[in-house]
Design a binder for this molecule. Structure first.
Ligand SMILES: [Zn+2]
Length: 232
């Protein structure tokens, strides 16, 4: 295809991806069916691990452009890991914007709605590919919270329940469960909270969420390194 110089320059500039005004930086390393997502801006260990990872491992990487967990959509705030379905987004908006009017909430929902399909298409891996999200948690959340709603679980690292992988594909889970890291399989949607794992389950996307305690850089790096070894 012939491009004018002007068109070429524009094609070479990486346009950030956005949904409802929430911007994501996009970084690409070569060609691969891997897609990586960093969605909570305050989870800085996860971002640091992924930034290092992308120097070695091919794929497309998406980084939320925020330092905070919740982000603005219109005049409201939302947890960005609740925006992947309309029902989940409404619940999150209603929770975090109690002082706003119904019209303001509806306007924020409409902004998300307008971009959701193209955003989801961008972050969804191609057929047979794998989506990996990186999160950090603090006291009060661990694999123990996920066990009651998991189909299978593997907890060899009992002393560190905050470090675990949440997996949607059973074949992937079985490979991960041969290793030394905590993992749980959630292959069915139970509550639509609008998170990426709900979207992954409803669309049969192979997805692994790597959770680690905030600050646990080496551990989270080891977890994603292990994943790259056992999953193709
Ligand atoms: Zn998170």
């Amino acid at each position: 295809m012939y491009l004018t110089r002007r068109a070429f320059l524009f094609s070479a500039v990486k346009k950030p991806l956005s949904i409802g005004g929430i911007r994501f930086g996009v970084e690409t390393n070569g060609r691969s069916k891997r897609r990586y997502l960093h969605i909570h801006g305050n989870e800085t260990t996860a971002r640091d691990v992924l930034k290092e990872h992308l120097k070695t491992f091919k794929g497309v990487y998406y980084f939320v452009e925020s330092q905070k967990r919740n982000v603005a959509v219109g005049e409201c705030l939302i947890d960005p890991n609740r925006m992947f379905t309309a029902a989940g987004a409404r619940k999150s908006l209603e929770r975090f914007n109690r002082e706003k009017s119904a019209a303001q909430i509806d306007a924020a929902l409409a902004l998300l709605e307008k971009d959701r399909d193209s955003f989801v298409r961008a972050v969804t891996p191609p057929k047979g590919g794998l989506s990996i999200a990186m999160h950090n948690n603090s006291e009060g959340y661990s694999i123990k919270d996920e066990l009651p709603i998991s189909d299978k679980s593997h907890v060899p690292d009992e002393a560190n329940p905050r470090d675990f992988m949440l997996v949607t594909n059973e074949a992937d889970y079985e490979k991960i469960a041969k290793g030394r890291f905590n993992a749980c399989l959630q292959k069915t949607v139970r509550t639509d909270d609008g998170s990426f794992s709900v979207l992954a389950n409803s669309r049969a996307i192979r997805y692994v969420n790597i959770e680690a305690a905030l600050g646990n850089f080496e551990k989270q790096k080891a977890m994603i390194g292990f994943l790259e070894q056992v999953l193709r």
